[in-house]
Design a protein around this ligand. Structure first.
Ligand code: GDP
Ligand code: MG
Ligand code: K
Length: 300
């Protein structure tokens, strides 16, 4: 086997019917410090719910609202947004309640996942409430409906088998950067969207030259009370010096255009004037990152 000591990171979407234990799971994994936002009214945005940073990996759990049979046009739109998100995450945790039979709501979700290439974990929660024999029947029922990448029974309440679930998720994550500072468990809800907005502009303006593997790290979102605006600092991380040159452009022209376009969108998102500061950093080897690398930042 190949030695694998690269830092891994990725996005995990937790889906499932109400009350199966999604928030309980997140609370257990991330700790009490996180503000669970899933009970707020649904929005079309995919919000970061919690970030778990370990020695060799960072897992970003995101909420994907709107996964139920749509009753109206907005519902249809939300379902479409959710479907697209589910294609882009690294792992989908489909959580079910061990004490309940596979129902229409579960069936709807599984049909929606059909054709999606993201690995889907069947996470059977609340095993503290069932006899092992019944658990086996439940597993058979679900297996007949979908080809799951993994089937993992847990108890989010008492923590049983949660470590094994996390280890298994880690195996599915790609090599990648640490998107958030290690001590950050809760997130500015807009942070992820801001990084995606900046990333989108870079990819759009550079076309094929820049691979989709670039990352955008939002370093700071701070309110400037004096000037009544929000300061956003973000770093675009590329793998090679040549890519850095492309992203910055001639006399900084390309990075400037990225900044102008991204700032417009971020102002819409935050409903405030925004001062956006963009930096570009080459990070060849995730393993040795912060120590040996220096910022060759470029100011907009
Ligand atoms: P969500 O709607 O999917 O976010 O579900 P919640 O996390 O809010 O949990 C719904 C209820 O199930 C709460 O009363 C939890 O305490 C309970 N619950 C969650 N996980 C477990 C578990 O593993 N075992 C038991 N017995 N109860 C659980
Ligand atoms: Mg919840
Ligand atoms: K993604």
């Amino acid at each position: 086997m190949q030695e694998n000591n690269q830092f891994k990171s990725g996005f995990i979407s937790i889906i499932g019917r109400p009350n199966v234990g999604k928030s309980t799971f997140l609370n257990r994994v991330i700790g009490q410090k996180i503000a669970i936002m899933s009970d707020k009214p649904q929005t079309t945005r995919n919000k970061v719910q919690g970030v778990l940073t370990q020695d060799a990996s960072q897992m970003v759990f995101i909420d994907t609202p709107g996964i139920h049979k749509p009753k109206h046009k907005l519902g249809e739109f939300m379902l479409k947004v959710s479907k697209n998100t589910l294609r882009e995450v690294d792992v989908i945790m489909f959580m079910v309640n061990a004490t309940q039979k596979l129902g229409k709501g579960d069936q709807f979700i599984l049909e929606m996942l059909e054709g999606n290439e993201t690995p889907v974990f069947l996470v059977i929660n609340k095993i503290d409430q069932v006899h092992p024999d019944n658990l086996l029947h439940t597993i058979e029922d679900y297996k007949a409906e979908y080809d799951f990448a993994e089937i993992i029974p847990i108890s989010a309440l008492d923590g049983n088998n949660v470590d094994r679930l996390l280890e298994t998720i880690e195996n599915y994550l790609p090599e990648g950067p640490q998107y958030y500072p290690a001590d950050q468990v809760t997130d500015h809800p807009e942070r992820f969207i801001i990084s995606e907005l900046v990333r989108e502009k870079v990819l759009h303006l550079t076309r094929e030259e820049i691979p989709h593997s670039i990352a955008v790290q939002v370093d700071k979102i701070a309110k400037d009370e004096d000037k009544d605006m929000i300061r956003v600092m973000a770093t675009i991380i590329v793998e090679r010096d040549s890519q850095k040159g492309i992203v910055i452009g001639k006399r900084g022209a390309l990075l400037k255009e990225v900044g102008i376009r991204a700032r417009k969108d971020i102002e819409m998102l935050l409903g405030s004037k925004v001062y956006l500061e963009l930096w570009v950093k080459v990070q060849k080897d995730w393993r040795n990152k912060s120590s040996q690398l220096r910022d060759f930042g470029f100011r907009e």
